[in-house]
Design a protein around this ligand. Sequence first.
Ligand code: AMP
Length: 124
Amino acid sequence: MAYKYDDENIFAKILRGEIPNDTVLENEYALAFRDINPQRPHHVLIIPKGRYVSFDHFAKEAADDQIIGYIQAIGAVCDLLNVSIDNGDGFRMIANSGQHGVQEVPHLHVHILGGSSCGKMIQS
Ligand code: AMP
């Protein structure tokens, strides 16, 4: 079954400049901005500029340069936030996907959470 992308999702509107955002970093392939409802002292969302619903969609259908540019943006954001484990205290990266992943916005985004412990991965 083909992935269906909704051009009216809120992150598509952010990419088109229709909704403001608190940008942390931008490159040719990705935009990173602060989550409007932060769950940790650092909470940044990183989205690809292409029309991808989820990480699996992106992994299967994105071009190599899109994948490289997106992953490099994630690394650069970790450096900007000082959460990289080479000189910081680490972070959690989350990519909620689809119904069981409880994804609210259907445009691929990873959450980078840091600045304090994120606790156990999944509460039992
Ligand atoms: P998810 O449940 O993984 O789809 O996460 C969606 C995230 O987008 C949530 O953490 C929201 O707080 C965040 N969010 C929704 N609208 C905006 C917005 N306009 N600017 C920044 N973050 C947003």
